[in-house]
Every structure is written in C-alpha cells, then in structure tokens.
Design a protein around this ligand. Structure first.
Ligand code: DGL
Length: 271
C-alpha cells in the first residue's frame, strides 16, 4: 500500500461518546494515526434498538467515513458489532477494511482461557444476539460463556454515576446474579465499562480477571495495521470528532471517556 493510503485516517464509530474509550486506547497504541470518530448521539442507546435499525444507522455512518477516505473502519460499539458487522463488511467491500470490537476479545479469550468458564456483561442487544457465544463456541476450545445483560450500566455511567455508592450498588446487584457465578474472567462487553473496571475488580477482590476490551481492541488494531503495512509514518492533521446530534453535555462528557477535551462537530446523518 502506498504512502498516501497509509496517511488516510482510521474511522471509528459508536452509538455515542462511549466509544471514545476505544478511541483513547487507539491514540495511545497508535499515536501516529489520525482518527475520524463518529458518535451517533441522535440514535443512542443502540443497546435497546432492533438489529435492523442499527444496521441502517451503521450503513449511513460508513458512507460518511468512506467520504473521509478512512482506510480502516472500526465499529467501536459492542451492540453495533453484534448487529451490523457482517453487513457493514459486505457494504464497504474493498473501499476500506472493517474491524469490530468482538473478534479481538474472542481471540484473546481463546488464547488465554481454553477450557475455562468466562463471563460477559453488555447491553441487551449484545448479550441477546448471542454473537459472543457463537464465536466462542466456534473456537472449539471447551470454553463456557456465561452472560448477563446489564442495561442500566451505560446510562448510569453517562449520568456520571461511577466510583460512588450508587454505582457500587448497581454493580453488586448485577454481578451477584446467578447467571454469572463460577467465572474466571469477565469480559466488559460495552464501551462504557472501562470507567467502572476498578469497581468491578474490587467486587471480585482479585479472584476474577476483568478484561478491558478497549485495551485488547487497540492492541489488535495496531497489529492489524502493522501486519497489513498500513501504518502511517507520522501524525498528519488533527483528529475529527462528529456527532449526529449535538448538546453541550455530550461535549462535556467527552472528557470522561477520552480523558481530554474534544471539540465535537455536528453532522446530522439524515438531512
Ligand atoms: N456503545 C454501546 C455498546 O458498546 C453502549 C451504549 C448503547 O447502548 O448505545 O454496546
């Protein structure tokens, strides 16, 4: 691949600003890559939406990211990865490479926990789609996946309830569910959950590995870019951050998820 293509950005999209946890991990792992981030704030949360609706949003977002000449499109949302990855890959074809946030985690599980019992928490869309279970079963490594939908957690974090007693109670209520007992590791299957990783680790008192998917995904994207000779030699230009609906509070929350302030540009998906 030529130098010009290598300098094209990595497109990242999510239902909102939670995917900035993944973007932040990618900036850290690949500081020379320019990002174009799209948060579909007009349609969040995806976790409660139908598969058909998420697929329609995802295709529209990919049009925008392709217009921005993204060399790679990362679906940085578990719900959208579960609902729309295959369709998006088909739709984008050879115009860009498409990655999701589920496959890298499943691969990591296969390498690290053969024969073990693993837990998964995420939105209803992610858990009820059974995509993680199907992909883990396809590894054929005798891994048992126990999953539990935890729909309150993303909204709770967006409202600023983390590292406090309210989040502690909600986390306790979910993790003590019979569905999640006897696990050796827990996949944090939602973009928002890195923010409550420490509280979840405290709940398990070090007896369960808590897997921050954003770190695993960022490592995977770095290897993918390097293995395919797509790496940019230096950072050219600025990252761009678009949202389909703008409010001041979204912009304020970006600091929580991206660990620094971000200027959001409003880009309506449907005019
Ligand atoms: N970004 C979504 C995910 O990772 C969580 C928020 C939502 O439901 O839209 O599943």
């Amino acid at each position: 691949m030529g130098q010009n293509l290598n300098q094209q950005p990595i497109g990242i999209f999510d239902s909102g600003i939670g995917g900035l946890t993944v973007a932040q991990a990618i900036v850290h792992a690949l500081p020379q890559e320019r990002l174009v981030y799209f948060g579909d704030t007009a349609h969040l949360p995806y976790g409660d939406k139908s598969t058909a609706a998420i697929q329609a949003y995802a295709v529209k977002i990919c049009d925008l990211l392709l217009r921005q000449h993204c060399k790679v499109i990362l679906i940085a949302c578990n719900s959208a990865s579960a609902a729309a990855y295959e369709l998006v890959k088909e739709y984008v074809g050879s115009k860009a490479r498409v990655l999701n946030v589920i496959d890298p985690v499943v691969q990591y599980i296969g390498e690290t926990y053969p024969g073990k019992t693993i837990g998964l928490i995420g939105t209803k869309q992610t858990v009820n789609s059974n995509v993680y279970r199907k992909k883990v079963d396809a590894l054929d490594l005798d891994i048992t996946l126990k999953s539990h939908a935890t729909p309150l957690l993303a909204a709770m974090i967006e409202e600023g309830f983390f590292n406090d007693s309210i989040s502690e109670s909600v986390i306790h209520a979910y993790l003590s569910d019979p569905d999640l007992q006897g696990i050796e590791a827990l996949i944090l299957g939602c973009t928002h959950y890195p923010l409550i990783k420490r509280q979840i680790e405290n709940y398990y008192k070090g007896e369960v590995d808590v897997l921050d998917a954003s770190q695993i995904v960022a490592r995977h994207v770095r290897h993918f870019i390097e293995d395919n000779q797509m790496a940019s030699a230096e950072l050219v230009g600025d990252h761009s951050f678009y949202v389909s609906d703008f409010t001041r509070s979204f912009e304020e929350s970006t600091r929580i998820f991206f660990k620094r302030e971000v200027h959001l540009e409003h880009y309506p998906l449907w005019e």
